[in-house]
Design a protein around this ligand. Structure first.
Ligand code: ADP
Ligand code: SF4
Length: 698
């Protein structure tokens, strides 16, 4: 198909100093969790984006010196010449597809606690970053830099820039954002210096200018020099010669870099989750930059709509459309627009599971794109699939995230597939969850897969089809996949963090009851020991319905695991705003239909709250009735033509949506690809067949 001329502007080349980006799609630097230890994983991950049409593809943070060591969080380095070859793998891979390769040179200053190198962290004035999150806390405070330290820093940047040039990069960054060292010089709270690098805004900008100039001297006219800068905090500070200090900083450096890469200051606003921020949320902070500089400007905003992208260009907000998460969720986003297939874009849902992978210290994972991070390790290409090696057909039972992804991928491979669900609407758990406050955008998991299924003539869809074992024996499919999901349990949480017996009282509910339409009477307690998003979202919704709601958790904070996805402070704020009373580090020990008994997790103090309804969001167990009944008739499988029965997704092991999608995708990729072991928890049709056990670490 031909590209819609409305989007032509997105495919114009853009000059960036001495180099030219082939189009306006710019994959900005973003963490991948891949480090120098996984050079092939990293090169392939970035290469696929170049193949998918991104005109510029950048690395994540690349440390310039061992005094910027983020361990145990993953980061890359260009500390000496031995690191060059490692990065050259990526630049070669990106260049193969005509894209430019950018490198984000980085020094973390007071934010990098140097847990491995054990070098005292450096900072403008010895001011620490007072992290409130356990994952980022440390006890070692930074030391103040003297003038010799500043000269060293500028030299390290120049040396790293020369190594970047040798590694084949086209765009070399100075990174003055997100609390890292050059950014610390910009803010008076960190920078309390009384020399030429502190005080006036011109002095506070001096280090960034010197880093830019040193980088330019190092790379000459062979690379562009980019400045990545956080402007949120500075925009909030009135300037003396311009509306804000952000305006003043940009004016002072206006044409020094070849490219401005502008962003927010903290992870929750920069990688803003869709639950709390719409597409394009950076615009009010960065909209002025293009009016102050003549150099091209790139910025992000979870852009997935080509019309929004065009509007950013036409309204003069950005020159290049930055993408981090949209490029993970769909590495082929530009190609799809170019080929008139924009309705096939697999849009990022803004769940930030990708960011949780960085916090976990592992290669990036994505809810929407199960191939992210698996391009090299498993050889998964997001757009290419192996054709079937047999005439086999597949029945997938259950159209939640796991079953949908499985059916789509099997369908794209070319298998005849039947997808059945007992409900009228497909989506499984998403039917309920996307109706909760802020979670509508997550419905893209369902929307994209339904869109794909409609284009696949080899996949038949059967809604309102509750299947039982005998039905399946009569359906003549070679492989049966059970994606029947999990159900929430009423179990409580015991003192040893084991699940214990449910309370014997009226009005004890789980999310499944709410999904079925129950609206509990108030006052309601939502007891959370799942600690991801669901209990917080349910509490918020019940409060919005006018109920008196309290939220109780065993953890130290609201929806505690959402710290991993940048959502936690925002969930807390939303519950406070909705009037939900918050009880942290408490365990429910009893409920009689009128009162809730709590105990302080560590202190042991007991308390009671008036409560008519208790919603328990704790444990889930696989919905396995169909699997068990099929297994009971396994002697009949062969006669029925069934070669295997396999559970995937929550029916195998309850998890987040990202796990279900990956599980469904993996089954579909591996069907008949490894005849000796199709998937874990699979049973084959022979009387003495043993369950296959697959090594999860492969
Ligand atoms: P997952 O996250 O693993 O995809 P979900 O709970 O979201 O799991 O989805 C499971 C789906 O399976 C639900 O839509 C449910 O209606 C469907 N389902 C469960 N048992 C059967 C069955 N016996 N026949 C047809 N559909 C079923
Ligand atoms: Fe987007 Fe979620 Fe994928 Fe990250 S994990 S790229 S936020 S869909």
């Amino acid at each position: 198909m031909a590209r819609n001329p409305r989007f032509d502007v997105l495919f114009e080349p853009v000059r960036i100093g001495p180099v030219t980006a082939p189009n306006r799609f710019y994959q900005v630097p973003h963490a991948s969790g891949m480090t120098n230890a996984l050079p092939n994983v990293r090169a392939r991950f970035r290469e696929i984006k170049a193949e998918g049409g991104w005109g510029v593809v950048c690395t994540g943070a690349v440390s310039i010196h061992p005094s910027s060591d983020d361990s145990p969080l993953p980061f890359a380095s260009l500390w000496d010449t031995r690191d060059i070859r490692n990065h050259a793998l990526m630049t070669d891979a990106v260049h193969k597809h005509g894209a430019l390769a950018g490198v984000e040179l980085w020094h973390g200053g007071a934010c990098s606690l140097n847990r491995t190198s054990r070098i005292a962290p450096v900072s403008p004035s010895g001011m620490p970053w007072l992290s409130t999150h356990l994952g980022f806390m440390g006890n070692l405070r930074p030391r103040a830099m003297d003038l010799a330290d500043i000269a060293d820093l500028v030299r390290w940047q120049a040396q790293a820039a020369r190594r970047a040039l040798a590694a084949g990069f086209d765009i070399v960054y100075v990174y003055a954002g997100m609390g890292y060292l050059p950014y610390e010089f910009l803010l008076p709270e960190y920078n309390q210096r009384t020399d030429a690098y502190g005080g006036s805004i011109a002095n506070r900008v001096r280090l960034v200018r010197e880093l830019l100039e040193a980088t330019r001297d190092a790379v000459g006219d062979r690379c562009a020099v980019a400045l990545r800068i956080s402007l949120e905090e500075l925009r909030g500070r009135p300037g003396t010669t311009a509306p804000s200090e952000a305006h003043e900083v940009v004016a002072l450096l206006a044409d020094v870099p070849d490219l401005w890469d502008v962003k927010m200051d903290s992870s929750p606003t920069d990688c803003a989750p869709s639950r709390f921020s719409p597409e394009g949320s950076h615009e009010p902070i960065i909209d002025f930059v293009k009016r102050v500089t003549k150099k091209p400007v790139v910025g992000v905003g979870r852009f997935t709509s080509p019309d929004v992208m065009v509007s950013q260009i036409k309204r003069g907000v950005l020159d290049l459309i930055g993408g981090a998460r949209p490029s993970i969720a769909d590495p082929f986003l530009p190609r799809k627009i170019d080929e008139g297939r924009e309705d096939e874009i697999r849009e990022c849902i803004g769940c930030n599971i990708c960011i949780s992978s960085w916090h976990d210290g592992v290669p990036v994972r994505c809810t929407q794109n199960p191939t992210a991070g698996e391009e090299w390790r498993r050889g998964w290409h997001p757009e290419r699939f192996a054709a079937p090696s047999s005439e086999a057909s597949v029945l997938v039972v259950g159209a939640g995230p796991a079953g949908l992804e499985c059916a789509v991928t099997l369908g794209r491979r070319g298998y005849p597939v039947t997808l059945a669900d007992r409900e009228r609407d497909f989506g499984g758990r998403m039917r309920f969850e996307t109706r909760l406050p802020g979670l509508a955008t997550w419905g893209r998991v369902l929307d994209w897969r339904m869109g794909q299924l409609r284009t696949l003539p080899n996949v038949s869809l059967y809604p309102e089809s509750a299947l039982e074992a005998l039905d399946i024996l009569g359906l003549e499919h070679t492989h049966v996949v059970l994606a029947t999901g999990a159900r929430w349990s009423r179990m409580l949480c015991g003192a040893n963090e084991f699940p214990i017996a449910p309370p014997a009282a009226p009005r004890v509910y789980t999310p499944d009851d709410l999904a079925a339409g129950v609206v509990p009477e108030g006052p309601i307690a939502v007891f959370d020991f799942d600690n991801y998003y669901l209990a917080g979202a349910i509490a918020e919704q019940l409060a919005q319905l006018g109920r008196e709601v309290c939220y109780v958790t065993t953890a130290g904070g609201v929806s505690a695991w959402t710290f991993m996805t940048n959502e936690q402070p925002l969930v807390h704020r939303a519950l406070v705003k909705a009037g939900v009373a918050i009880h942290t580090m408490q365990r429910v020990t009893g409920f009689d239909g009128e009162e809730l008994a709590l105990v302080d997790w560590f202190g042991g103090r007991e308390s009671r709250l008036p409560c008519r309804s208790l919603v328990i969001v704790g444990m889930r167990t696989p919905r396995n009735e169909l699997y068990d009944s099929l297994y009971a008739v396994s002697a009949d499988w062969k006669r029925a033509g069934i070669a295997s029965v396999t559970r995937i997704g929550d029916a195998l092991a309850p998890g987040a949506i990202v796990h279900a999608v990956h599980s469904g995708h993996r089954y579909a990729r591996e069907l008949e690809a490894h005849p000796a072991a199709p998937a874990e928890a699979s049973r084959a049709a022979s009387a003495d067949a043993m369950p296959y056990l697959r090594d999860f670490s492969t």
